[in-house]
Design a protein around this ligand. Structure first.
Ligand SMILES: [Zn+2]
Length: 94
């Protein structure tokens, strides 16, 4: 009596009847949807996109927004709540 081959036959027949679902998308594809690839961001003040945007707070309540260079300068003037978080460039990495 060969127990091993008997077990293998049962397992093998089960394997053949199991439907294998299509492979899920890799995790990185979920983290980087195609819609995320935006080259230019609209300004929170004037709504115009700019290749260079500034990540700032103009009002503490509003929180972080993107501003184009002219709007950033205006937002900064005499504004005690103004905070600068960084510069965003559309062409970064090219
Ligand atoms: Zn603007």
């Amino acid at each position: 009596m060969d127990e091993h081959s008997a077990l293998f036959r049962i397992f093998g027949s089960r394997m053949n009847s199991v439907h294998i679902p299509p492979q899920p998308r890799p995790a990185y594809a979920e983290a980087m949807p195609a819609t995320h690839r935006v080259r230019e961001k609209p300004c929170a003040q004037c709504g115009q996109p700019s290749p260079v945007m500034y990540w700032v707070i103009r009002e503490e309540e509003e929180g972080w927004v993107f501003l184009c260079p002219p709007c950033r300068r205006k937002a900064e003037e005499g504004n005690p709540e103004y905070r600068y978080g960084g510069t965003w460039k559309a062409e970064k990495g090219r």
